[in-house]
Each structure stands twice: as C-alpha cells, then as structure tokens.
Design a protein around this ligand. Structure first.
Ligand code: DGL
Length: 295
C-alpha cells in the first residue's frame, strides 16, 4: 500500500480532547502541504495544525539522529497543542524515525513512504523512477519496500538534491529548477521508465515542471490521497473522527520554526488558503546546543 501502514499500536489512546481535537501534520518544511491538501479534501471536517520545521529543512541533508530528534520534538509539541493524531508528512522523517516516535507518543500516527507498490503494479515497461531524498533512499525501510514490492520491476533511484530547497523558497518553475529536474528525469526516460514515484512530499508541487519535461511519458505516483484515506481509517479505528463543523472552524492553523513567509505564500498560491503562519520555537536535544545546526 502506498501510505505507511496505520498505527501499529492499536491500543486505546488517551488524547484528552477526543474527536473535536485537531489532527497534527508535520513536515521538515512545506512539502507536507501537499498532504494537507489531500487531507482537507478527504476529511473536510477535521481541524488541522500544520507544523513546518523550516528552520532545519532540508532533513535530507541531515544525519539520522538529528532527524529522529526533531521528529520526536515536533510530535511532542503537537501533542501538547492538543493533536489527537499525527501525520508525519515527510518520507525522510518516516524512514528514519516513525517506529521510535510511535513508541513514544500517546496518539496514533500515520507515516508516508514512496509509492513503490503502486508503481510496480502499474508500470508496463517494468522500469520505474523514484525521486526521493538521499536519506530516504538509503534507509532500511525503503530498501525493505523495494525487496517486498519491486518484484520484476527495475527501480531507478535518484536523490533529488536541491529540489526541497527550491520548493522551500517557493521556486516551482525557474529555469535552474527545470534544468536540475531534467538532469534527474532524462536518464529515466532514456532507460525506458514509464512511471515516476514522487518519494518526497515536496515534489508534488513540482508536477507542472515535471510534466513540461516528461510530457505524458511518465505516470506520476503521488501517495497523498492514499495517506489521507489511511488517516481516515485510523481516526475511525480509534473513534476520533470529527463531527461536521462550520468551514470557519476548520481552517488549518499554520506553524513554522522559520519565519513562515514562504509557507504563507505557497499555501495562498497553491492551496488557496489565506492564513497567517505563527512562528514557534521548538527546542530539541540536538538543537539546544550552540553548534546544534550543524548536520
Ligand atoms: N518532504 C520531505 C520528505 O518527504 C522532505 C525532506 C527534506 O527536508 O529533505 O522527505
């Protein structure tokens, strides 16, 4: 399945606020907004708290301990804000830390992972590309995904260096970005790929630029709709689905550890959500020390 399986912990969760509480969505930066878009479409009555760790993005350039440390700190922070469930809308954070974070948080979690399974099911040429961060591609979780689902399909795994940074500065179509993308995609086309897995939640925002390069030669696999459905199942499983609410009550609240300017801009232009971004400080073990920003 494209979305990472639901909470392994199927016990009773003790979120105080129950079904009226918000869902927390977290990403290293702005990529999780592509997941938020699908969650809002699938679950329009759910209030959402979206936390972007933009001060420390991209995670794909960080070490494993740093990613786990930040994911746990932000998960705990969202629990303190009253989140009833958490979507780790970041392939990189899921790959590195979902098992540990799931053990430590008192709410159900949904993670994300590259859509290797749907790609293997749908590819006709049996050659598929995967664009994801270096950290995701080298993770044991991703390697296990390939072993489990790749079957007779050849996966060309390409780290998308520079792409997260581009989206973080709201660049979704500059000449430089298109050249960068072309360098990643042309070898896939040359190798006969007919499918491309968008293995990072930032990349769906590059779909128009990707389409301009590959036309209809590649089928794009974006798992955000599957993630939203998975969240729906998890909320139902735990009796946490929100009752119908007024539209005003369900405008997401946005938080960022950065200044939030680009988050506001991307949400307004691509999601048509006009909401201010509240800047927050979320300390963690690795970011408490003076030299903590070094990866
Ligand atoms: N959106 C994150 C992901 O899905 C980007 C990771 C990063 O910050 O490098 O992997």
């Amino acid at each position: 399945m494209p979305a990472e399986p639901s909470s392994a912990n199927t016990g009773t969760f003790t979120s105080g606020a129950g079904s009226r509480a918000p869902v927390g969505i977290f990403d290293s930066g702005l990529g999780g907004l592509s997941v938020l878009r699908s969650v809002r479409a699938q679950l329009p009555d759910e209030a959402i708290l979206y936390a972007a760790d933009s001060l420390y993005a991209p995670y794909g350039e960080r070490d494993d301990d740093f990613i786990a440390d930040r994911t746990l700190a932000i998960g705990e922070w969202l629990v303190k804000q009253g989140a009833k469930a958490l979507v780790v809308a970041c392939n990189t954070a899921t790959a590195q830390s979902i098992a540990m974070v799931r053990e430590k948080l008192p709410i159900p979690l949904v993670g994300v992972e590259p859509g290797v399974k749907p790609a293997a099911l749908q590819s006709r040429t049996r050659v598929a590309g995967v664009l994801a961060t270096q950290v995701t591609l080298r993770s044991a979780r991703f390697q296990a995904l390939l072993e489990r689902y790749a079957a007779d399909c050849r996966f060309l795994c390409q780290p998308g260096h520079g792409l997260v940074q581009a989206v973080e500065r709201c660049d979704i179509g500059s000449t430089e970005l298109r050249e960068l993308l072309r360098g990643y995609l042309q070898p896939m086309l040359d190798a006969g790929a007919d499918t491309l897995v968008l293995g990072c939640t930032h990349y769906p925002f590059l779909d128009a630029a990707i389409r301009d390069i590959v036309g209809d030669r590649l089928m794009l696999i974006d798992t955000s709709v599957a993630i939203a459905r998975q969240l729906e199942r998890v909320l139902d499983q735990h009796g946490l689905r929100a009752a119908p609410q007024s539209a005003a009550a369900v405008l997401p609240r946005f938080f960022s550890t950065g200044d939030g300017t680009h988050q506001q801009q991307l949400a307004a232009t691509l999601l048509h959500i006009d909401a201010t971004v509240e800047q927050v400080s979320i300390p963690s073990r690795r970011t408490a020390a003076p030299d903590s920003q070094a990866a």
